[in-house]
Design a protein around this ligand. Structure first.
Ligand code: NAP
Length: 242
């Protein structure tokens, strides 16, 4: 019988985990909430790299590795492919389609932090929605800028930056209020994809606010790639996996 190791950390992974029976394992890094109402086993924490993951796959007699991690979680996706090769199991992946700019959008792709800093120069009141990474740069804020950072948890800011702790999904009315109250003049975002619409991007479009989009990392080829939970579940249903 198929035994799945599902690498998760995003909403779609949890939706897949909810369909898994007790012989399967749902694996989380441990940075977010850990569900306690699943029929499958839940494992929390890293493996110590690709070799550690391969060792776990062999030890637990896993027969299919399913990577449903976030598109910017490039390390675990690379480890997954390497570990699957080392342990001789197939690796499937849910690869979220990227958001596409629409009419009225002013999106500017930035490759990394240094490009982002350059692209930010004309602006005064950026809203960062990249998670915790910008926290490392709070001492580098130019005197003419005031940053608003949104992360999962609140952190101390400084006179040039406020850090808001908040977990999505966010309503469009909340995003409108945030942009208005803070007079946001540029949005910084990953291209996370998934939901059809993303309120912060809609509000940026409405207000003519440019968006600096952090380039997606390159992810390795897998044995089978899927664009949605529905596609994954259809493929799994062929395996008598539940
Ligand atoms: P990452 O850089 O690709 O991974 C860092 C390390 O975390 C991995 O090498 C692995 O440790 C461990 N890890 C990651 N996902 C794991 C999983 N599902 N099960 C067990 N260990 C895991 O990942 P990240 O960007 O820090 O993201 C961490 C987790 O948060 C991911 O699972 C991702 O799906 C989720 N997430 C990330 C983002 C984002 O923007 N990056 C957004 C939302 C959710 P070892 O090498 O020790 O095995």
């Amino acid at each position: 019988m198929t035994r799945i190791l599902l690498l998760g950390g995003v909403t779609e992974a949890l939706a897949i985990a909810r369909t898994l029976g007790p012989q399967h394992i749902y694996s989380l890094a441990g940075v977010g909430r850990v569900p306690s109402d699943l029929a499958c086993q839940v494992r929390v924490g890293g493996y110590g790299g690709a070799e550690g993951l391969a060792g776990f796959i062999r030890e637990q007699r896993i027969s299919l590795l399913l990577d449903a991690t976030h598109p910017y979680a490039a390390q675990i996706s690379a480890n997954a492919v390497a570990a699957a090769t080392l342990s001789g199991v197939p690796c499937w992946a849910l690869r979220r389609p990227a958001w596409q700019p629409q009419a009225g959008d002013d999106w500017r792709e930035v490759a990394d932090w240094s490009h982002l800093v350059q692209a930010l120069q004309p602006f005064k009141r950026p809203l960062f929605t990249l998670g915790r990474e910008p926290l490392q740069h709070l001492d580098e804020i130019p005197p003419e800028q005031f940053w608003t950072l949104r992360a999962l948890e609140a952190y101390p800011g400084n006179p040039r930056c406020e850090v808001i702790g908040a977990r999505g999904p966010f309503l469009i009315a909340e995003e409108r209020e945030l942009f208005e109250r803070r007079q946001i003049d540029v949005l910084i975002s990953k291209n996370s994809g998934s939901s059809a619409t993303e309120p912060k991007l809609e509000v940026a479009r409405e207000r003519g606010v440019p968006v600096l989009v952090l380039k997606r990392p390159d992810l390795p080829e897998v044995d089978r790639s899927f664009a949605s939970v529905t596609e994954v579940l259809a493929a799994l249903s062929q395996l008598a996996y539940a």
